[in-house]
Design a protein around this ligand. Sequence first.
Ligand SMILES: Nc1ncnc2c1ncn2[C@@H]1O[C@H](COP(=O)(O)OP(=O)(O)OP(=O)(O)O)[C@@H](O)[C@H]1O
Length: 611
Amino acid sequence: MTTRPPKNIRTEPLTLKDRLAALNNLPAFFKLVWQTSPTFTITNSLLRIIRSAMPVALLYVGKLIIDNVIVLSHQHHADTGHLWQLVGLEFGLAILTDGLSRAITLVDALLGDLFSNHTSVKIMAHAATLDLDQFEDSVFYDKLERARQQTIGRTLLLSQVMTQVQDLITMGFLAAGLMAFNPWLIILLLIAIIPAFLGESYFNDQSYALTRGQTPERRELDYVRYLGASDETAKEVKIFDLSGFIIDRFKQLSGKFYLDNKRLSIKRSLWGTFFAMMGSIGYYAAYVVIIIKAVEGSVTIGMLAFLAGSFRQLRSLLEGILSRFTAVSQGAIYLRDFFEFFEIRPKIKAAVNPLPFPEAIQQGFVFENVGFRYANSDRWANRHLSFTLHPGEKLALVGENGAGKTTLVKLLARLYDPTEGRILLDGHDLRDYDLTDLRMNVGIIFQDYLRYQMTFAQNIAVGNINEKENRPLIEAAAKQSLADMLAAKLPGAYDQQLGKRFAEGVELSGGEWQKVALARAYMRNAQLLILDEPTSALDARAEYAVFERFAELTKGKSAVLISHRFSTVRMADRILVLEKGELIEIGSHAELLVKDGRYAELFNLQAMGYR
Ligand SMILES: Nc1ncnc2c1ncn2[C@@H]1O[C@H](COP(=O)(O)OP(=O)(O)OP(=O)(O)O)[C@@H](O)[C@H]1O
C-alpha cells in the first residue's frame, strides 16, 4: 500500500489571488446548474431577490411602530388605528419572510438533487470515453475521486453562491439606511470585520491544502474500509484472519487524519474567538454612538432601534459574506478539479475518416514488429512481435505467467495502442478503422471477466447490450456456451438474480460463472473471438464439450485462445509461444513437438503430471 501523494497534487496553501482567480470557474458552474434545470434556477433567483428586501422592511416597520407607540403614549385620546395597521403589516412581512425562506430551502434541495444526478451522469459518461491506461494511473484516479466528491459537495456551493448574492443585496438595503444616518458607522463595521475575514481565509487555505494533500491516503482509507467490510472480501479476510491487520492500517491512517485535523481545528478555534471579540468591540462602539445621539434627542427611539438593528444585522451579514467568500472560493477551487477531469482526453482516438470494418476479413491481422510498454512501467510487456493471424485461423497463445499474452489481445481490441510497430488489418493500420466498429467485431472474454450482480439473462446480454431484450439470441448464446443447462436448474431460470449482493440472488460456482461469461462471446457476430483462459475453471468434461463446439461455432471466424491447458491449446491451428513478451516459437501442435523446443518442453511437463 502506498501513501505517497502523486507529484502533481498541490499541498501548499493558496493565496487570496488564487482564490479570486478560482471564481472564474463559477460561470461554467452556473451553466451546468442552468443545464440541470432552468425553471428551478429562475425560481430560486426570484425568491431570493424578494427575500433580500425583507430584513430592512421589517426593521423599518418596527421603527414606525415604536415611534407611533411613543407618540400615542403621550396622548390622552389616542387613535390606535394606524398603529394596528403597522402591526398587521409587520405580521404579514414576518409570515412572508418565513414562507420565502422555506420555499428557498425547498428549491435549493430539489435543484441540488437534480444537479448531483446530472453531474454524476456526466462523470460516468466522460469516464466511459477514457482509456484503460488512464484508469490505471493514480493521478487520474485522484482526479476522478475528487470530481466524484464534487457532485455532492457542489450542491452546497450552489446554495452558498445564491445566498451570497442574496445577502449582498440585503446588505445594500441595510447599508443605505445606515449611510444616511452616519457613514462612519460603516467604516467602524469594516474595521471590526476585516481581521476576522483574513483569519478565516488563512485557515481555510490551510485546511484546503491539508485535505488535498490527503487525497491518496483517503483513497487508501476507503479501500481499507471496503476490505474490512464487504461481501466480496469477507471470505479471504476470515480465512487469512486479516481483520487485525486491516483494522490496524485503518487506525493508523484515520489516526493520522485526526491528529492533523485536530491541530488545525484548535488553532482555528482560538483565533476565531479572538476575532469575534474584536467584532463585538466594533459593534458596541457603534451602539454607544447611536445611544448618545438618542439621548441628545437628535434621533427618535424608533430610529435608535432601527439603526441598532441594522448595524447588528449588517455585522452578521458581513461576517457571513466574508466567511462564505472563503467557502465559495474554496468550492470554486475544487470545481477546478471537476472541470479538469472533463478536460482529460482519451489518447486512443477514433479515426477522423474511419474505414468501415471489412464485411469479411480478407488478409487477416498482421503484427509488424509490435512492442508495448504500460504507461506506469519501464518494462516491455510485448516486444518485436511479427506474425499474421489469418482469416478463419484459430491461434493459441501459450507462455508462462506474465509472458504478455493478455497484453497482446488487448492490443488487438485497441484497449491500448502499440508503443512501437503497428498492427494491420487487411493492409490498413488498426487505428484507421472505426473504433466502435472494431470493438463490435472483436469479442473478448477476459480471464477476470465481471460477475454482474444482475439476472442470468442480463449477465449474458452484456456481451451485446443492444440486444438485451432479444431473448432468443440470449438463449442461443447460452446454449453454445453450455450455460443453458445451468439456467434450467435455477429457480428463476433466465430471470434469476445472480450473486449474493441483492435479495434472492443465487451464487454460482467458478465454472458456472465461466459458462455464463463465455455465452457473452456468442452474443455478437464478431469476426474475431478472443478467449483469455475461458475454461480454466471448467471441469474436464465441460471443457472438452465447450471446445468441441467452439471449433464448429466459430467456423470461418478467427479466434485467439489463451490457455495454460495443452489439451485445449493443441486444438488450435497454430500456437504462438511467448516468453518475456517476445515470440519464440510458432507452429501447429505437431510441428512444435517435432521442433522439440520450449513448447515441447512445457507440453511434456504437463503431460507428465497426468501420468
Ligand atoms: N495494467 C498493467 N500495468 C502495468 N503492467 C502490467 C499491466 N498489466 C500487465 N502488466 C505487466 O505486463 C506483463 C505481461 O502481462 P500479461 O497480463 O500480458 O501476461 P500474461 O501472459 O497474460 O500472464 P498470465 O498468464 O499470468 O495471465 C507482466 O509483466 C505484467 O506485470
